[in-house]
Design a protein around this ligand. Structure first.
Ligand code: CP
Length: 316
């Protein structure tokens, strides 16, 4: 594997989930694969889970790890071609990524969307420039439109904790105070559409995700209808795809509570984190038995390790 940016880079999703669960049982079994290999984790935006879990995964594989907080510690990057760099940018992304590729065997990169220009964000300009110019395998640590390591960890979690062979999984929109990217819900939707689950998306009118990510999902504006008999509920806020990046007024209350869980099949509640308590998700759920958010975050290590193992096998 040379690229991990979406579910489309994975020929057999079930096999990758099995591999991750095998690594969870045997974290250090493949340490030799990463010996004398270096992973660079490049962040253009903040992170807790992605940074720590991917670093741990690389260390488990025997790799050396370098972390660069590009947004705070790197030179200001020029992203556009054919411009005279007489403004605030100091280094062009072409040289920066090519140089990083000289120091690292695998590069992970996080680059959020600007949420201003949909075409620019959905073209994945920054992530694709890393792929184009760095010359080594690239892992998405969350790009403008997708968060595949999160989605793989989510699928691993569902596989581990499901109580029936084809569980009902619901992605539900939740309130927030500011516009958030569509990367996590886009990605979760496209992975669930390929998994052996019954998948429903519930969102207020006006918050429909890009249809490219939701083919095969049942989509409704009625949260209660979606939650009925659900086994897993994935809670997440996102801003509108149309009008892009906007937050439009929602009259009804979409925050999940214990009362709303009563119509589910004793559903387990997921969230990628970080979560704003009692805005996006109620404290009573986060502190109660239905929440599996920490278990889900723990599985980020095994998701990253499965991907790194595939990439290291491709290097040797
Ligand atoms: N879920 C997730 O990606 O968390 P971080 O933004 O903290 O990495």
């Amino acid at each position: 594997m040379k690229l991990f940016s979406s579910v489309n880079d994975v020929p057999d999703v079930n096999a990758l989930v099995k591999e991750a669960l095998h690594l969870k049982e045997n974290p250090y079994a493949y340490k030799d694969l990463g010996e004398n290999k270096t992973m660079a984790l490049v962040f253009l935006n903040p992170s807790l889970r992605t940074r720590m879990s991917t670093q741990k995964a690389a260390l488990n594989m025997g790799m050396n790890v370098m972390v660069l907080n590009m947004d705070k510690e790197g030179w200001a990057l020029e992203l556009r071609d054919n411009v005279i760099m007489n403004g605030t940018t100091v280094e062009h992304i072409r040289e920066a990524t090519a140089v990083m590729g000289q120091y690292a065997d695998i590069i992970g990169v996080r680059s959020f969307p600007g949420l201003k220009d949909r075409d620019e964000d959905y073209s994945e300009m920054i992530f694709n420039k890393f792929v184009q110019f760095c010359g080594v395998p690239v892992v998405s640590l969350e790009s403008a439109t997708r968060h595949p390591l999160q989605s793989l960890a989510d699928l691993i979690t569902i596989e581990e904790l499901k109580t029936r062979s084809r569980p009902k999984v619901v992605l539900t929109w939740a309130p927030h105070i500011k516009p958030l990217p569509q990367a996590v819900p886009n990605s979760f939707a496209e992975w669930m559409c390929k998994a052996d689950v019954e998948f429903t998306i519930a969102q207020p009118a006006g918050y429909e995700l890009c249809a490219d990510f939701t083919k095969g999902a049942t989509i409704t504006n009625n949260q209660d209808e979606a939650l009925a008999d659900a086994d897993f509920i994935y809670v997440k806020n996102w801003s509108a795809y149309e009008p892009y990046g906007q937050v439009t007024l929602v009259n009804e209350d979409w925050m999940l509570t214990n009362e709303r869980l009563k119509i589910t099949n004793e559903a387990k509640v997921m969230h990628c984190l970080p979560v704003r308590r009692d805005l996006e998700l109620s404290s009573e759920i986060l502190d109660g038995p239905a929440s599996i958010v920490v278990h889900e975050a723990a599985n980020r290590v095994w998701a990253a390790q499965a991907v790194l193992k595939r990439m290291l096998e491709g290097l040797s």
